[in-house]
Ligand binder design. Sequence first.
Ligand SMILES: [Zn+2]
Length: 269
Amino acid sequence: MDFPTPCPACGFENRVAFTDSGVHDVTCAQCRARSCVFLRKQRFEVLFDLGTRALMDGYAREAVASFAAALERFFEFYVRAFALERAAGTEQDFSAALGALDGTWRHVASQSERQLGMFALAYLLRQGREPDFLTPAGLGTDFRNRVIHRGALPTRAEVDAYAAAVFTLIDRLLTELGAAATHVELAQEGVFAAHLARLPDGVTAVFEEHPGMFRARRFGGLSPVTKPERPHQTDARGLNDARAFQQALFQRALAERGELLRAFKGSGG
Ligand SMILES: [Zn+2]
């Protein structure tokens, strides 16, 4: 998966493959100038935007894997934000806190069920209540498994509903996290700074901030959607209202940010 980025020397639009670190070493295909693109975007954002692009391009089945991966990476993002937020309120040095966090994450990195456990506790400790949305229905687990592990061919409507549910959940949790998210971004800036310090002479550093489905909300560009008031969300009517709300929120974000996303990923990927 790649994204277009203009060469700082000649303006030629190179295509660069996304990296996990957000650091991309580029040699211009036209003038051979070297640059380093630092992409200020979290992994869950990249994955969700790739899923959205796949959906917009008509690859509904492929989109499911990206949305599912985005949700898993978001749970990691939440745990990291929570841990660094807590450390920030103590005497502990940021890099020491980050090192302890990275070491801890290694124990759970290879198993998503362990990560879900970490997230559940982080949510309880931060919000003081049960993460009641962590049910198979709330996470669309059965649908996801049918598509990803059993090769089911989902309808467009099913994928739209899944995308909307994942979007709404991440959007809600991001809103709850608020400024805590900046701690994880600070960690990314630290990675960038370390790489920047090691860049050889003659390599131009480029910092990019891409638009995306969640950037909109976080920087205040997405208009609010009012959730329908329903005292009982457990009956069939309440469930339908919740789905309608998720769809409305996702469709609104798509309408406002979809075209920007088209430009961000370009047509070649
Ligand atoms: Zn160039």
